[in-house]
Design a protein around this ligand. Structure first.
Ligand SMILES: *[C@@H]1O[C@H](CO)[C@@H](O)[C@H](O)[C@H]1NC(C)=O
Ligand SMILES: *[C@@H]1O[C@H](CO)[C@@H](O)[C@H](O)[C@H]1NC(C)=O
Ligand SMILES: *[C@@H]1O[C@H](CO)[C@@H](O)[C@H](O)[C@H]1NC(C)=O
Ligand SMILES: *[C@@H]1O[C@H](CO)[C@@H](O)[C@H](O)[C@H]1NC(C)=O
Ligand SMILES: *[C@@H]1O[C@H](CO)[C@@H](O)[C@H](O)[C@H]1NC(C)=O
Ligand SMILES: *[C@@H]1O[C@H](CO)[C@@H](O)[C@H](O)[C@H]1NC(C)=O
Ligand SMILES: *[C@@H]1O[C@H](CO)[C@@H](O)[C@H](O)[C@H]1NC(C)=O
Length: 300
């Protein structure tokens, strides 16, 4: 019975964090941790999650508080006070002992161009919030981007404004992730080159015109793809459907138009970087081809 009460108390002391606390400190389970009150006061009093009751494993001295053998009930919001004046607040978390790991999280990133912007997504069902940032090749960090999850999935849009599309990419980009669950913290880093994760947006403005017995097709590169075209080439894959339903693919490089000798019902197009990542863009929407005029006898 006592065990049950203890268990319930433990469970209710856990509060799901929906954002990163302004100031937090991460410790290892069962290790001691020192929390300092950032103040010039000589003596302070402490509360944990608003409760003044000092726990047995908390030792206070002057402005410091020592947590002996950090455990889950000892995590939470430590505030120090001078009387009724709040001086400082530190959120204490424990390093996750069963991190899902990079493989378990299935982290994947894509860039739509060489402009330094990317989208990353990952899975971490037991975590409530993440933040993500990029480390640039010169060693400085971009700002943290906060990422709320939905059903254990997280998506982040990140930008490295210092990325230079014309320079050879000598150093991998580093993505840093930090995640919080009720009272635990994980921390990991993944490395990759933009050139390996580029997936262009679909080409745009695909148009089809009938010219006699031929179909004339033209298109444009995705708007997000950098210029000039001579430097940032694209390989195109055109797919068209014959009147009997057969689908045919044609790969083309260095052109934005072509003529088809065959008749087609509809066409769509995709593209990729010919020199780097082999990932094709999503397909453009199908373009229906207008039906050929029946060449019947002229009516007078
Ligand atoms: C921690 O407690 C202080 C004082 O009660 C409060 O101002 C602050 O918002 C709390 N922080 C979090 C992250 O709960
Ligand atoms: C301590 O407080 C001062 C003044 O508010 C602030 O400038 C400083 O960054 C704080 N230091 C820490 C470690 O929080
Ligand atoms: C990992 O992600 C890729 C692409 O986002 C997906 O195809 C694959 O099924 C995922 N694997 C797991 C185990 O979720
Ligand atoms: C993340 O992006 C995928 C694909 O764009 C979308 O299906 C999913 O709902 C997004 N998830 C979140 C949490 O925004
Ligand atoms: C790195 O590059 C960024 C953007 O160009 C710049 O703001 C930052 O000061 C640089 N950092 C170092 C350490 O050189
Ligand atoms: C997160 O990981 C990095 C690299 O391993 C480390 O330098 C940093 O201190 C870690 N952050 C925390 C809060 O543990
Ligand atoms: C569809 O038409 C094409 C060209 O007319 C022909 O080569 C192909 O064999 C046909 N496919 C089927 C399944 O009839």
């Amino acid at each position: 019975m006592l065990l049950l009460v203890g268990l319930v108390l433990c469970l209710t002391s856990a509060h799901a964090l929906s954002s990163f606390p302004q100031k937090f400190q991460v410790g290892n389970l069962d290790e001691d941790m020192v929390v300092k009150c950032n103040t010039s006061e000589e003596q302070v009093t402490w509360t944990l999650n608003g409760e003044a009751e000092p726990m047995a494993e908390l030792v206070t001295e002057g402005r410091t508080l020592t947590i002996l053998g950090l455990d889950l009930p000892a995590t939470g919001n430590y505030s120090c006070w001078a009387g009724s004046v709040l001086l400082d607040t530190t959120y204490v978390l424990v390093r996750s002992t069963s991190p899902p790991g990079k493989e378990g999280m299935n982290i994947s990133c894509q860039a739509d161009s060489y402009r330094g912007s990317l989208r990353c997504s990952w899975r971490a069902p037991s975590f409530t919030v993440f933040r993500a940032r990029l480390m640039r090749s010169n060693g400085s960090f971009s700002d943290w981007v906060h990422v709320a999850g939905r059903r254990g999935r997280f998506n982040a849009s990140l930008i490295d404004p210092s990325f230079c599309p014309f320079a050879e990419e000598l150093h991998p980009l580093q993505l840093h992730l930090e995640g919080l669950s009720d009272n635990s913290f994980i921390n990991l880093t993944v490395h990759f080159f933009i050139r390996d994760i580029v997936q262009p947006d679909p080409p745009q403005e695909l148009t089809v015109r009938r010219r006699g017995d031929q179909l004339h097709l033209s298109w444009a590169p995705p708007a997000s793809w950098p210029l000039p075209r001579s430097y940032f080439a694209l390989l195109y894959r055109l797919q068209y459907e014959l009147p009997n339903g057969t689908q045919v693919n044609k790969d083309l490089e260095g052109t934005e138009e072509m003529s088809l000798q065959e008749d087609a019902r509809r066409v769509r197009i995709s593209c990729r970087d010919p020199y780097a990542s082999p990932t094709w863009s999503p397909w453009s929407a199908w373009q229906e081809v207008e039906v050929a005029q029946q060449r019947g006898p002229a009516v007078h």
